[in-house]
Ligand binder design. Sequence first.
Ligand code: FES
Length: 107
Amino acid sequence: MGSFTYIAPDGTVRSLEVPDGTSVMQAAIANGVPGIVAECGGSQMCATCHVYVDEKWLSKLAPMQATEDAMLDTAASERKPNSRLSCQIVMSQEIDGLVVHMPERQV
Ligand code: FES
C-alpha cells in the first residue's frame, strides 16, 4: 500500500491510497481521476495513459521497455524526458508517494 498523487494541468491535486501491484493508470480509472483515458486497458497500445513523472521520482522507476518507448512517440501531448505510460508504473514500496503530472490532452 502506498500513495500516488496526480496533478492536473490546472493545478488540481488528487492523492490516492493504492494497493501494491496497482498501476498509476488503474488507480486513476478506478477512482475517477480525470486526465487518463487508457483506451487499451493497459496493454501498451494506446498512449492515452501518458503522464509526466515528477523529476525526483524518475530514477526510482523500472526502466522503460522498447514497446513503451515507441508508444510514447504517438502521445497526443508533447513527449518530454519524464514522459511515461502510467499503465506501466506499478505501486511498490520504492515508489510510495510518486507524483505524476497529467498532460493537457490524451487524444
Ligand atoms: S492504457 Fe493504453 S498504453 Fe497505457
